[in-house]
Write a protein that binds this ligand. Sequence first.
Ligand SMILES: C[S@@+](CC[C@H](N)C(=O)[O-])C[C@H]1O[C@@H](n2cnc3c(N)ncnc32)[C@H](O)[C@@H]1O
Length: 280
Amino acid sequence: MTGIRRPAWRRFASRVRFGGYRLTSRLEPLWRRHDGGILPPLHLRMYYYGTGRPDAFALQCANARLELTSRGLKPTDRLLDIGSGIGNLAIGLAADYLTCGYDGLEINPEAVAWCQAAITRRHPHLRFHRADVVSQAYNPAGRVSGTTFRFPFPDSAFEFVYLGSVFTHMMPADVQQYVDEIARVLAPSGVCIASYFLLNPETSSLVAARQSFKSFGVIHNSGLARLHDESVPEAAVALDEGFVRGIHERAGLGIHDVRRGKWAMGTANDQDVLTVFRRA
Ligand SMILES: C[S@@+](CC[C@H](N)C(=O)[O-])C[C@H]1O[C@@H](n2cnc3c(N)ncnc32)[C@H](O)[C@@H]1O
């Protein structure tokens, strides 16, 4: 893999498209009344989920909540949501579930600013933190490398850590640093739920046969990942399963369960989900 830059016309086209969404965001209140709780602006909903429909966003919130409550999240748990995006999990849990607080950690400056202004203001126990980690997809001007980033939390601070579609946008060396940090901030026996595109012999042959939901046609120079778009490496990343298992083992994290998604068979964005616990 080489450091290919996205062609100028594609950068221009995406700026124009996003500018259009922004403009529509300002106009949205004129044609759509929303009385159903906290709703991110239209351009952020489009950017994150490819649709502006409020019910589609509500479904994202409900799914994120179910993902964690079905895996044992208790109202008294302290929860860290890495890659908290536009607050789907925070809104899904909001004021009625968690009693001990929620921390979101996110690199997209606009997403963090919106969550702080719209969510924390109403629910002060749901807090959002900006990490200036560089990512060509989400924070190209970032000044910190993921390979050295230390989470701004003390050791053993959380019973639960969640990463919904975040390691699917990170390079292997950054994922390794994050897994070490997760092991540090998890309380003994604490649980981490994280989604991946895992490459193993079965999924690799489906990718090679061009059946997967993204092409993943580019081999990363580490040999530990495949990328969908060489010019925006973090656009979508599939990671070698042996590598993922090894970094958990070395960090003192046990893999309790792997839910196999159908992404490699072409089913849209159905990711693999690992349930991991910190060894006591
Ligand atoms: C596909 S979105 C998922 C957002 C949300 N978790 C959800 O399930 O809808 C990926 C999110 O991860 C964030 N992200 C990407 N790399 C990150 C990193 N190194 N550290 C923290 N967040 C990151 C992006 O900014 C983006 O908000």
